[in-house]
Design a protein around this ligand. Sequence first.
Ligand code: ZN
Length: 199
Amino acid sequence: MALRLLTCWMLLGVLFGAPALCAPVVADPHGLQPIEDMAKMPGVTTTVTWEDCGEPNAYYHNGKAVLCNELVTAGVPDFVIQFYLAHELAHGIIDQLDIPITGNEEFAADELAMLMLHMTGRDHVLVAAARFYGKRGRPEAPHDEHPGDLRRSFNAFSFMQKPCSYPPKFNEVCSDAYKRASRNWARLIIPHVEKHGGF
Ligand SMILES: [Zn+2]
């Protein structure tokens, strides 16, 4: 069992890491192409577009990840825009591979996005997102499926496998988040990738 899980982690590393190494050099002012490449996998074709939305936000719908132009005009840092995109691409993976999600898909998309970012050495994006959400501090609302900003900030710190900036009693939560997510997402994703022809 342990060997199988180890293999899964290694395969996930190949899955998320290899496309980035092969990415062509293109004009990319916000550094988004590597994030797109990070989330590419067999059976998933999500297109990324910029649109006017009326608010600095992003969303995924029907195979399309939309980044709102207002993210730029509002001065949202590039690393945070990269986190937004990783989250929407995670929705694309969940949708197009028909990954079974119990509970809230917004939490699941966040977790998959954070996992991909951490596994591809992008903790700086997680730090930027954690600081952005921690500073904004928008409260969780019962009618909104999205995690509240402080929870998002805490979760992003949780993936960096080091004591997070919270009281020591939370450190175990921080160190366990990555291990649990990598094990469970490997189980969920790898069968779909193999079904679409493997790596
Ligand atoms: Zn979402």
